[in-house]
Design a protein. Structure first.
Ligand code: ARG
Length: 330
């Protein structure tokens, strides 16, 4: 088995120096199993129902049953018609608290959502926050950001204490059994980060076997990636991404699974870190999470996402968030 992987790795290295050495088919077979573990720790009560009704069906069937969201198709958009549609859909949106849209997030994930000091005052910013604000603006209501631990967001969503979960959520089949997931508003991959001083020790994922330790955020798909791609390494699950980065910098772990956009931010500002390679993953992108069955909210959110992707606002949100993140770190 080891030999197989090293031959595969060697052949992959010829194709791409930055690929981690996994194959696309290996990742699509293993993904449902690993993500179901990740989902169960964060799944809301509703999901246990869904999970048990699906328990009999095979993993492959479970994966087929849900359609993983894509980016909106904005090739032929009539913006006036879309605006009219957004107004219409707004009428069917019900909120947890009248007159206010509450977004739940885990603000440890620049450039998606993070804290800055704005004239001495703590503020949560990022492109997820800008998207949440755009959704609230289209609804004509106030906007509030609730900063909670990543692994409790979907629970709060189904409990009805927040209206939306916007936290760079990857739409996996298991999550989609517990909550509804919007169209993608952003696409980005997964990376494995290491210390720069270890650069010549490693060539790819297969170097992280027994005796090595890898970090991932609790309740994230990165936990699943770790179990799938580096099953023999010790998995260190931590509540926040900055704490994973701290552990990596201080030699407590050997590598960390981090979303590529987030990893790139750290690499720009932290001289001692680098991205070893990209990690293959099926659901490469981010969705807004909506309470299961809240179709009015889901359709509205999808329409607003279509609008901000089509008119270029989403790209601006990303650009602004990247600039803010570099400023605040520098
Ligand atoms: N995309 C990954 C997931 O869905 C990680 C998201 C982490 N988000 C955060 N705000 N810390 O599991």
């Amino acid at each position: 088995m080891k030999k197989f992987w090293s031959i595969l790795l060697a052949s992959m290295m010829i194709l791409s120096l930055t690929a981690c050495g996994g194959s696309a088919s290996a990742s699509s077979e293993a993904a449902p199993a690993s993500s179901s573990e990740a989902a169960s720790s964060e799944a809301a009560p509703a999901s246990s129902e869904a999970a048990s009704s699906e328990a009999a069906s095979s993993e492959a069937a479970a994966e087929e049953a849900v359609e993983i969201p894509t980016m909106p198709d904005v090739s032929n958009i009539d913006m006036a018609a879309l605006d009219a549609q957004i107004d219409e859909l707004a009428a069917n949106v019900t909120l947890a608290n009248e007159g206010k849209l509450v977004m739940g997030t885990s603000a440890d994930f620049a450039p998606y959502e993070f804290h800055i000091l704005d004239n001495g005052a703590d503020k949560i910013v990022g492109f997820d926050v800008a998207l949440g604000q755009a959704i609230a603006d289209e609804l004509g209501v106030e906007f509030e950001v609730k900063d909670i631990s990543f692994d409790s967001i979907l629970m709060e969503l189904n409990a009805g204490t927040i209206d939306l979960g916007i936290a760079g959520f990857s739409p996996t089949p298991d999550r989609m059994a517990a909550v509804d997931m919007s169209l993608l508003y952003y696409t980005g991959g997964q990376s494995l980060m290491i210390r720069k001083s270890d650069a010549d020790k490693y060539t790819g994922l297969s170097d992280f076997g027994a005796g090595k330790s890898v970090g991932a955020q609790t309740g994230s798909i990165q936990e699943g990636l770790a179990k799938e791609h580096t099953p023999d390494a010790a998995l260190v699950s931590l509540q926040t991404v900055p704490s994973i980065i701290m552990e990596l910098k201080s030699n407590k772990i050997d590598a960390a699974y981090i979303e590529t956009a987030v990893a790139e931010g750290y690499v720009k500002t932290q001289d001692d870190l680098m991205i070893l390679c990209e990690v293959p993953f099926d659901a490469e992108g981010s969705s807004v999470a909506v309470k299961k069955g809240n179709d009015g909210m889901l359709e509205f959110v999808n329409a607003v996402i279509t609008k901000v992707v089509a008119n270029g606002d989403m790209a601006k949100f990303v650009e602004e968030a990247n600039a803010l993140s570099e400023q605040s770190a520098g």
